[in-house]
Write a protein that binds this ligand. Structure first.
Ligand code: ZN
Length: 254
């Protein structure tokens, strides 16, 4: 796993895989949204998660395409990933694809495979990118490069999130995925270990929520303030959504 202090700037990651980091850093989005440009030089590309509707960023994304481009793909519809999609779609004259539009895509030497992985949001997908040099998993906000993600109750569900993490872990192990390419934060060279950490962290938080309830706290606001004492206060609204998802999970899984 990467250390907290490692600076993430995006850039070329592997042959056919480039990250253009969007200028929207925050406690929610880490250094900003990772916009992924996938494709070999002089061949067909796709853009995954254009990020914010920021003209300078979208120009950089367009400039990173070394060949032609066939589509824009969204890992999910949250605004920090999708807001720039209509403008970029118009600029590049290509369609925007979401979860049910496509299962797989061939870009010459690169094969993409989409996986529906609900939990962070109901529409979240992850994408396997197989190039002649390696196999990568684009994880959207299901697994981030640093910290942890939110389960955006009520659209996001914790039972689905646990199922998706298990599915992705098995997939990474079976396929020998080399790198995890997240929606925010640095790439990970240990995808299975990172996904294990995500599951363990979520289960630890669940135990903390259980303990908090046992001490008499009731509402997501009270429980989030108790359980998430260690996080930046600006992410407490996100923590409250995740606590609401945890309360629902505990109600259904006693
Ligand atoms: Zn995001």
């Amino acid at each position: 796993m990467t250390s907290q202090s490692e600076l993430w700037l995006g850039g070329p990651i592997a042959s056919g895989v480039r990250c253009v980091l969007a200028p929207n850093p925050s406690a929610w989005t880490l250094e900003g949204t990772n916009t992924w440009v996938i494709g070999m030089p002089d061949s067909t590309h796709v853009v995954i998660d254009p990020g914010p509707a920021h003209a300078g960023h979208l120009s950089q994304v367009a400039a990173a395409i070394d060949g032609d481009v066939s589509a824009i793909i969204l890992t999910h519809a949250h605004i920090d990933h999708s807001e720039g999609a209509p403008a970029l779609s118009e600029q590049l004259n290509v369609p925007v694809m979401e979860k049910h539009d496509v299962d797989g895509l061939s870009l010459g030497d690169i094969e993409l495979r989409m996986h529906h992985t609900p939990g962070h949001s109901s529409d979240s997908i992850c994408i396997t990118v197989a190039t002649p040099e390696g196999k990568y998993l684009l994880s959207g906000d299901t697994v981030l490069g640093r910290g942890t993600t939110l389960v955006a109750h009520p659209d996001g569900r914790l039972d689905q999130y646990f199922d998706s993490l298990r599915y992705l872990r098995d997939h990474c192990e079976a396929e020998g995925i080399d790198l995890l390419l997240p929606g925010h934060g640095p790439v990970s060279r240990t995808p299975v270990g990172l996904i294990d950490f995500y599951e363990q962290h979520r289960r630890n938080r669940l135990e903390q929520v259980r303990a908090s309830m046992a001490s008499g706290l009731m509402t997501p606001e009270q429980i989030a303030a108790d359980v998430y004492r260690d996080v930046d206060p600006s992410v407490l609204p996100a923590a409250e959504l995740t606590v609401a998802a945890q309360l629902e999970y505990l109600k259904e899984n006693i």
